[in-house]
Design a protein around this ligand. Structure first.
Ligand code: PBG
Length: 305
């Protein structure tokens, strides 16, 4: 009765990786229990997620073809677009969010357009806006830009409005750090940069005040939910954002955070279930309303028991 923080299945957003082909379900070796799946298999998985009471999924795409501009990102017949349509058709109650970024679709693996060896901010905005509109056209309930280009929330908001999607909200990855904890995800999404790193557009892990600046800019540009990413090693940032805004706050319990728990548990070094629940509770305690986590299904089973 005096417990201050309670975790609920309603807090979770479960990430799914959509790949091309048929009847594909390939486990991601560094993320046990997570899969790259073709559209037919994703739908089955989405049903399972929904039946556990998890309200939302976020989709990441692994396209068949990658090019310099990442043009499959806004292909109406792209894997993510197909997955959105099929999930909304077969599991209409499940809320479908899409990750909006170029890195899974570009041959160089960067989140934006490359000019003279560098990621260029402004030319990328138009591509992100096209990608977001294409997801909305396919039936996405919300878009979540994760690229960290400046001005992308505004550019996506304007394009969605102009295309008749003024009701589609934006969850922005507002304070996203240049983190080594994304390592396993890059295997999962096949999005490792082919040269350099993401430090020119993602944040320096040493900076705390800058996170609030990034969050405020995104709110001014029209973000409806602001996200902090990663979560476990950035609880101070989640707490700051909670204290300084009235917006819903999301936190991304990222791939490396998941893999570390799974690995230590496999070695018998920690109690997986207790550590998982403690990690998720700490993220909620710090101030997150929503948690994007690969643990969503495992934690839902514990909470539903
Ligand atoms: C795409 C994106 C990344 C993640 C979510 N969206 C990778 C990155 O920025 O390199 C990471 C998610 C995770 O590690 O679980 N930009």
């Amino acid at each position: 009765m005096v417990r201050e923080t309670s975790l609920s299945v309603n807090d979770f957003i479960y990430p799914l990786f959509v790949t091309f082909g048929r009847n594909v379900r390939k486990e991601i070796s560094s993320m046990p229990g997570c899969f790259q799946e073709s559209v037919d298999r994703i739908v089955k998985h989405a049903k399972e997620v929904y039946s556990l009471g998890i309200p939302a999924v976020i989709l990441f795409g692994i396209p068949e073809r990658k090019d310099e501009m990442g043009s499959s990102a806004f292909d109406p017949h792209g894997e993510v677009q197909k997955a959105i349509r099929t999930i909304k058709d077969k599991v209409p109650g499940l809320y479908v969010i899409t990750d909006v970024c170029m890195c899974e679709y570009t041959s160089h693996g960067h989140c934006g357009v490359i000019v003279a060896g560098d990621v260029k901010n402004d030319p990328t905005l138009e591509l992100l806006a096209r990608e977001a509109v294409s997801h909305a056209e396919a039936g996405a309930d919300m878009v979540a830009p994760s690229d960290m280009m400046d001005g992308r929330v505004e550019s996506i908001r304007l394009s969605l409005d102009e295309s008749g999607f003024s009701e589609i909200p934006i969850m922005s990855y507002a304070a996203k750090y240049a983190s080594a904890f994304y390592g396993p995800f890059r295997e999962a999404a096949e999005s490792t940069p082919q040269f350099g790193d993401r430090r020119s557009y993602q944040m320096d892990p040493a900076n705390r005040r800058e996170a609030l600046k990034e969050v405020m800019l995104d709110i001014d540009e029209g973000a409806d939910i602001v996200m902090v990413k990663p979560a476990m090693t950035y609880l101070d940032i989640i707490s700051d954002v909670r204290a300084h805004t009235d917006m819903p706050v999301a936190a991304y319990n990222v791939s490396g955070e998941y893999s570390m728990v799974k690995a230590a548990a496999r070695l018998g070094w920690i109690d997986e279930e207790r550590v998982m629940m403690e990690v998720l509770t700490s993220i909620k305690r710090a101030g997150a309303d929503l948690i994007l986590t690969y643990f969503a299904k495992d934690a839902a089973k514990v909470l539903n028991r």
